[in-house]
Design a protein around this ligand. Structure first.
Ligand code: BDR
Ligand code: CA
Length: 307
């Protein structure tokens, strides 16, 4: 059995990602740690608890983590995910509660509990993970690998022309994590833009699946509006794409190892993930960059896990 910890700034696509991971019987989510990003911290915690209840399988402990990026003011994503992070559904607080204890400590504790076996899926800004590395420098040696949804991959940024939201919110933390000795698999925003994009007929299909599919469509209501404003019909699922790569490694159709770094000193390129595709820096690869997955399989798995 594979052991996962999911670090998330739970809004709409994070919620879908949690549903998928919690409903995949071949893995175990040992803990969920929440970081501020898409929403202020406590809204993210509430949404993580709602997602667990909706998944209806088992309830991993949920821990709140960093409420602010390392150095910058928090930038949130209500313009994409809604005021409540879930498409403005304004759901009541769930019966489940978060655990006491800090997410940063729990990342370290889980790594000790499953030495060499813990796999982390990071779906938000990397503040919690960066703090855990600062607190326990041996952490990278204790963790099997980290799947990171972050950076624009080989495509455009989604918050500035060159930066993707998760890396932009806390580029200092992203820099620290990318430069660490962790084994890193990075899934860029570009992977959810083309064939994996959820189109109108996929939305009809989701709605036909029953309560979970309908919950997903309601949760992404404002994301659909956001994409409409960009001239696109449907919505992307960056975090579920990262979870699919983690759950089903053979879903990947294009990947390469490279040296990558996160720009955090420049104003205009703040948060840009730069991938040295032609090895011009001469630095050894420090990430595996995923640039394409099998879209048909992705949608099949998504529909199956939500059924
Ligand atoms: C990432 O930012 C958030 O909007 C999503 O949850 C995802 O993690 C995409 O840039
Ligand atoms: Ca996220």
């Amino acid at each position: 059995m594979r052991h996962f910890l999911i670090d998330t700034d739970t809004a709409s696509d994070d919620a879908v990602a949690l549903l998928m991971a919690l409903r995949e019987p071949s893995v175990r989510v040992e803990a969920i740690t929440v970081v501020a990003g898409n929403c202020p911290l406590e809204i993210g915690v509430k949404n993580a608890l709602i997602s667990i209840e909706k998944a209806g399988t088992y309830a991993p402990p949920v821990y709140a983590g960093m409420a602010q990026p390392l150095l910058r003011e928090l930038l949130t994503g209500e313009h994409v995910h809604g005021q409540d992070g879930l498409g403005n559904q304004d759901l009541p607080y769930p019966a489940l509660e978060k655990q006491s204890g800090h997410a940063v400590d729990m990342i370290i504790e889980m790594a000790r509990r499953f030495p060499g076996e813990l796999e982390i899926i990071a779906l938000g800004p990397l503040t919690n993970l960066a703090m855990a590395i600062l607190k326990e420098p041996a952490l990278p040696d204790m963790i099997k690998r980290v799947y990171i949804m972050g950076g624009g991959g080989l495509g455009p940024g989604n918050i500035t022309p060159v930066a993707e939201f998760n890396f932009y919110v806390d580029a200092e933390a992203a820099h620290l994590v990318i430069q660490s000795k962790l084994v890193k698999i990075v899934i860029g925003y570009d992977v959810c833009l083309e064939e994996t994009f959820i189109n109108p007929s996929d939305i009809t299909h989701l709605n036909s699946l029953g309560s979970l599919g309908e919950f997903v469509v309601r949760s992404v209501k404002t994301v659909i509006e956001y994409h409409k404003s960009l001239g696109k019909d449907g919505f992307g699922l960056p975090d579920p794409t990262a979870v699919a790569v983690a759950l089903y490694p053979d879903i990947v159709t294009k990947q390469f190892d490279a040296y990558g770094y996160v720009e955090y000193k420049s104003e205009k390129a703040y948060g840009q993930f730069i991938i040295d595709q032609l090895q011009v820096t001469g630095n050894p690869p420090n990430v595996t960059a995923i640039t394409e997955i099998n879209a048909r399989k992705f949608k099949e798995k998504l529909f199956q896990l939500l059924s």
